[in-house]
Ligand binder design. Structure first.
Ligand code: NAD
Ligand code: IPM
Ligand code: MN
Length: 357
């Protein structure tokens, strides 16, 4: 039976990295008989330019009819001054909401061979294996907002049910890992965070009594991520804190270009898979973007939306193999090195490690 994957390439480096990840998916689909089929659809600035909306109805319909969605990135200076509702980023927020993708899984791991690419000392990076679960359809991103000439406001709201469901995802995933959860909030200041801490405490105590649970305030969590990153297992937090902490955490791995993500909802609907980075306007069009985050997102797509765990692991092993063999894109190359590879040439090495090239 064929499985339809919608590819939302988007803007900036988006098409460059999704193009390479699709080559990898096609290779694995053949070798592991996954039966993937691909359909392109518009999102972000590219969709606004072509169809007048950052999320055309046709894109939503195609996504709803798919088993999974691979997304590159949206946004860029070209669309900085258009009305808020048409901005590329609104398209991304709207597709997450339309598909009910409330749990955003962002794994952060380190490869010893890449230690030099991280600003942290190598001994801090040993054994780092964190899974950040970022709440994705609530909080300040989706609350009431407004702006006049002299003032503006954004509101952060959370319900008990929204916090419960994302904590349950974190609890289940932690049970299959090292059985530790860190919940991050700002309960010393925000009412939404006080609710978050109460609900998280109850859900983990009543439903996951085997877990070790830690609560951190977000400012301290930002510091602990750098001072003791290997101590963390699963981290669960609200939408904006998760956005910020994972860009910070990408520096443990060595580059924004390395981290993948999976956005999942309840039930069997399609998941959305995208690197955590943006459209990288400073390097777009040069063929130098690191495709690892997107290729590893494709592996998560196979794992969570296709039930193809073996194929997912093959891709993860091939990326690790390419890095261990010394293949580097510019962002993770040694300072001054000249032997780094472009997006496509790096992916060729990954394909060779898959035994498919
Ligand atoms: P960014 O993530 O695009 O770039 C931050 C830095 O990381 C840049 O120096 C960039 O060159 C580097 N970088 C990012 N991806 C890389 C890759 N694959 N390989 C090598 N280097 C990489 O963040 P920004 O510059 O703050 O935002 C640019 C635009 O992207 C904005 O319009 C923003 O709204 C949008 N954005 C979109 C997403 C998304 O689509 N999911 C995520 C973040 C930002
Ligand atoms: C991300 C991005 C998005 C977010 C933006 C582009 C809306 O930063 O996916 O991390 O903040 O969720
Ligand atoms: Mn972000």
């Amino acid at each position: 039976m064929s499985k339809k994957i919608v590819v939302l390439a988007g803007d900036g480096v988006g098409p460059e990295v999704t193009g390479e990840a699709v080559r990898v998916l096609k290779a694995v689909s053949t070798s592991h008989k996954v039966g993937l089929e691909f359909e392109d659809a518009l999102i972000g600035g590219a969709a606004y330019d072509a169809a007048g909306s950052p999320l055309p109805d046709a894109t939503v319909a195609a996504c709803k009819a798919s088993v999974g969605i691979l997304l590159g990135a949206v946004g860029g200076p070209k669309w900085a001054d258009i009305p808020v509702q048409h901005r590329p980023e609104q398209g991304l927020l709207a597709i997450r909401k339309a598909l009910g993708l409330f749990a955003n899984l962002r794994p952060v791991t380190t490869v010893p061979e890449l230690a030099a690419a991280s600003p942290l000392k190598p001994e801090k990076l040993k054994g780092v294996d964190i899974l950040v679960i970022r709440e994705l359809t609530g909080g300040i991103y989706f609350g009431k907002r407004g702006r006049t000439a002299e003032a503006a406001f954004d509101t952060c709201e959370y319900t008990t049910a929204e916090i419960e469901r994302v904590c349950r995802v974190a609890g289940k995933l932690a049970m299959a890992r090292r059985r530790k959860v860190t919940s991050v909030d700002k309960a010393n200041v925000l009412d939404t965070s006080r609710l978050w801490r109460d609900v998280a405490t109850r859900v983990f105590r009543e439903e996951f009594p085997q877990l070790t649970v830690e609560h951190l305030l977000v400012d301290a969590a930002a510091m602990h991520l750098l001072s003791r990153p290997a101590d963390f297992d699963v981290m669960v937090t609200e939408n904006m804190f998760g956005d910020i902490l994972t860009d910070e955490a990408s520096m443990l791995a060595g580059s924004m270009g390395l981290l993948p993500s999976a956005s999942l909802g309840a039930g069997n609907g399609p998941g959305l898979y995208e690197p955590i980075h943006g459209s990288a306007p400073d390097i777009a069009g040069q063929g130098v973007a690191n495709p690892c985050g997107t290729i590893l997102s494709a592996a998560m797509l196979l794992r969570y939306s296709c039930g193809a765990e073996d194929a997912a692991r093959r891709i993860e092993a091939a990326v690790a193999g390419a890095l261990q063999a010394g293949a580097r894109t510019r962002d993770i190359a040694a300072p001054g090195a000249r032997d780094w590879l472009g997006t496509k040439a790096f992916t060729d090495v990954v394909l060779r490690h898959l035994g498919a090239h």
